[in-house]
Ligand binder design. Structure first.
Ligand SMILES: Nc1ncnc2c1ncn2[C@@H]1O[C@H](COP(=O)(O)OP(=O)(O)OP(=O)(O)O)[C@@H](O)[C@H]1O
Ligand SMILES: [Mg+2]
Length: 237
């Protein structure tokens, strides 16, 4: 059977290119809060797409930034939205089956420990998502400087882990979620519906903080204006 996937044309490259261009890192024109919200919203789109696949009983099997496409969008402040692509290693999970044996391998840096033993499941996609989250936060490539065997042996034996930037500002909740996605035991990884819920809650908290800050600034400005007005009054009398 031949499966043909018809997908809209995505004109802004891949998430891999975006990460390399540092689109999730703060810079002078794009502050920390906006950078974090860009990351959270993009991660949310990936999680929503994955939730849809998993609800339909399909494991992606090759989730990685090069297989996530970016499409330009005027409706979003980021200027793009993210779409899942490349279903070449996807597997249909028969009803009531949670994992499958397979002899196909995805990209090594995104493979869960059990995937090296040929086991794919919804949880192996969640592991890959954890690596993607790490990349979006750090802007780095996973396991840089290690060869494939070192990565395979290290991940499989739980002796190699990605190092999270714990000191990075406004990142505690993101890191906590990423660490849970990268739990060694597949059953300890969250499902995509709770991943999405968490991402939305974190973005909301950052936004509320921003609005709180804006309100504080407004109050500060009003207070300053009042002081000036009082000063004028003082000067007039
Ligand atoms: N809908 C699309 N819109 C724009 N570009 C696309 C689209 N689908 C695929 N591409 C381009 O083709 C590339 C390869 O697509 P895909 O990942 O589906 O195939 P592949 O067989 O896995 O190839 P590769 O081994 O290069 O990943 C993507 O990285 C992207 O640049
Ligand atoms: Mg591909």
């Amino acid at each position: 059977m031949v499966v043909i996937v018809v997908q809209e044309f995505c004109d802004s490259g891949t998430l891999d290119i975006g990460i390399r261009k540092k689109i999730f890192q703060p810079h002078p024109m794009w502050g920390l809060r906006l950078a974090r919200r860009t990351l959270l919203r993009t991660a949310g789109e990936i999680a929503r797409g994955m939730m849809h696949m998993h609800d339909s009983g399909i494991v992606h099997g090759d989730l990685k930034p090069a297989n996530i496409l970016l499409n330009s969008s005027n409706e979003d402040r980021r200027g793009f939205s993210a779409k899942l692509a490349d279903f070449g290693l996807s597997h249909v999970l028969p009803d009531a089956v949670t994992s499958l044996a397979t002899n196909t391998w995805g990209s090594i840096a995104y493979m869960a420990p059990e995937a090296f033993a040929g086991k794919v499941s919804r949880a192996t996609d969640v592991w890959a998502f954890g690596v993607i989250l790490w990349q979006m936060l750090t802007g780095a490539q996973p396991y840089l400087g290690l060869n494939q065997n070192e990565v395979i042996q290290g991940v499989q034996s739980n002796t190699l882990a990605l190092s999270w930037p714990d000191e990075a500002p406004m990142s505690v909740a993101i890191i906590d979620l990423g660490r849970r996605c990268l739990s060694f035991k597949p059953e300890e990884r969250p499902a995509f519906d709770s991943v999405l819920e968490r991402l939305v809650a974190i973005e909301r908290a950052i936004r509320a903080e921003l609005l709180g800050l804006q309100a504080a600034l407004d109050i500060g400005q009003a207070a300053a204006q009042e002081t000036n007005a009082n000063a004028s009054v003082v000067m007039c009398t």
